[in-house]
Design a protein around this ligand. Structure first.
Ligand SMILES: [Zn+2]
Length: 210
């Protein structure tokens, strides 16, 4: 059994969504300056790096991140590799080897290669999940969708795909780093920070499998 860390490392160098604040990690207490301990202050968007979108991110009365059911975030998952996709469509999902009744699907695309350089310039033409792909997930009873860039939805239409998934109670995990993982079945452990009232939260995500 192997453990794969599919989490991006949070640092001031990490690319963030264009309207989000950059990551600041500021040492506010330093042993080298005579303090008894080192202490870092974090300043960043809740949607930094590998993170969860709560329904409240796009839905006025949606659930906030601390209330997301942990049972959705932990369990069997299928990682689908679509190296040639420009967007992930219902057709591609329909014609894929995703096992029946799969509840958690992670999508690996050419996006994952971008994380070889975490400080790359934000890429607007990343591979998104198309709205019909999102509807396919809902219709199949999928409960968690993970993607390998900073949004599940296309840059020029961020609302539709998010709305379809979040209004159906599908958990969205964004910013996964999947370059080292091959297509197949795994167990996912994805644990977002328990931020009160938040539209999202950074998460540590790992896969275990062969
Ligand atoms: Zn999102």
């Amino acid at each position: 059994m192997r453990t794969y860390d599919i989490t991006l490392t949070i640092s001031p160098d990490l690319v963030v969504w264009p309207e989000d604040p950059p990551v600041e990690l500021q040492r506010v207490s330093r042993i080298e300056d005579g303090a008894v301990s080192n202490v870092t202050r974090m300043n960043m968007s809740a949607h930094t790096g590998t993170h969860i979108d709560a329904p409240y991110h796009f839905l006025r009365d949606g659930q906030t991140v601390e209330d997301i059911d942990l049972d959705l975030l932990i369990g069997r998952a299928y990682m689908l590799h679509l190296p040639d996709a420009n967007k992930v469509t219902a057709d591609m999902l329909e014609n894929s080897p995703i096992p029946p009744r799969t509840k958690r699907i992670l999508l690996k695309t050419r996006n994952s290669d971008l994380w070889a350089n975490p400080r790359h310039k934000f890429k607007k033409d990343y591979v998104p999940l198309a709205p019909d792909g999102a509807q396919w997930m809902v219709d199949r009873g999928v409960k968690l969708v993970g993607v390998d860039y900073l949004s599940v939805a296309a840059f020029d239409d961020v609302v539709t795909t998010h709305d379809i998934l979040l209004s159906a109670g599908v958990v969205i995990v964004e910013g996964l780093s999947l370059a080292e993982v091959s297509q197949g079945r795994y167990t996912l452990y994805c644990l977002p920070l328990k931020l009160a009232g938040s539209d999202g939260a950074p998460a540590r995500a790992i896969l275990t499998g062969v």
